[in-house]
Write a protein that binds this ligand. Sequence first.
Ligand code: NAD
Length: 436
Amino acid sequence: MKIAVVGTGYVGLVLGACLSENGNTVACVDKDASKVATLTAGRMTIYEPGLEEIVRRNVAEERLRFTTDLQASVKGSDIVFIAVGTPQGEDGSADLRHVLDVARLIGRSINRYTVIVDKSTVPVGTAARVKATIAAETGQPFSVVSNPEFLKQGAAVEDFMKPDRVVVGVEPGDERAERMMRELYAPFTRTGAPIMITDTASAELCKYAANSILATRISFMNEIANMCELVGANVDDVRRAIGADRRIGMSFLFPGVGYGGSCFPKDVKAMLKSAEDRGYDFKILGAVEAVNNAQKLRLVDKIVSHFGGEQNVAGRTLAIWGLAFKPRTDDMREAPAIAIIERLLAMGAKVRAYDPEANETARCLFDNRITLCDKSYDALAGADALVLVTEWNTFREPDFEKMRTLLRSPVVFDGRNLYSPEQMRALGFTYFSIGR
Ligand SMILES: NC(=O)c1ccc[n+]([C@@H]2O[C@H](COP(=O)([O-])OP(=O)(O)OC[C@H]3O[C@@H](n4cnc5c(N)ncnc54)[C@H](O)[C@@H]3O)[C@@H](O)[C@H]2O)c1
């Protein structure tokens, strides 16, 4: 098929690349001319494992291209995806400005029957608004479907290529759009993943429900970890014991420094706002958010308490390992590292940080307020403690002897429970982790 994907960010670029990999001809559109120029020149704009190779191959085979020209790309397309950002608005709701701007332009461009797909995460009712916006601009026939994306950054290509399920919300009786979406996704669901056809409201809501339950599990486990600290239990043992129950399962049970990223924080807020707008108090989600905000600073509380008060943190140097909101991405949107570093800087501490992929992002965020190191061990040189924030694989088995010699004092605050407390103590470290 001929496809246009509008918005070439973390979702749009993966979507466009993977659809071209399966033989479709795809134009990835973005209003950011520098992004388009970078991609056209053969360089990547984001770090995502496996993506570069797919992009290269499909550009070379002329199935994938990048452009700022939305209208020309949309004309003659069978399917047009809207994959632009839906950032948090001032009142917590999803800001639909970009989605509706794009819908307007699509309306002005289509010149035959086209399926327009909401890929962005959008609140219930958006498909209807997109439809009305397009209808106001054109007399051409078209369908609007809602197709939420469940990929995880860091494993986006694999998730897209082998989804657990594909959800497509269509208007009742819109068999033509349903048929085209089934055909498009057939190569990705051959191994048995179901295509679930729903109404548009259910498709829109299920994305928020999925992110909300994952965020809830994280906050829940963080509270269990905090309880473990109070009663002297070990959260690793508790986690394994409850996760072994098949009704519960092992995933998303790791305590840590709270969730971040471009999705959970904004989607939880948008769900809360959407409930509030309908006069409903979604109590659990309110608590999930409050717990997360507190958890981001729990490691800092441990640092303050170890050094004997905020006044004693002033002037100290702290090494930070990991800046991205999670491993295998360069994304720092709402990363716990930001809250942690800002608190440390506000107390007068100095920060030396290292991340395998997010150093450049951090440079833009912090200017010269922190020192960014090119190598992990460089961050430790002369630091009063190491604060481990993101669980990159490279931090899992470090050279502890080297760490001890580089640090001014052998103190580690581990926000991801990467090391064994017994081993760290045996190696002579003062070691703090979460819930153990
Ligand atoms: N990042 C994820 O892991 C993820 C996963 C699932 C769903 N989502 C959802 O997908 C959507 C996109 O997320 P993202 O992380 O890819 O965002 P992003 O910020 O990385 O990319 C959005 C892109 O859209 C472009 N854009 C904005 N307005 C435009 C316009 N009028 N015309 C053309 N391009 C325009 C921006 O320049 C940007 O490149 C959001 O709704 C998000 O909630 C994200």
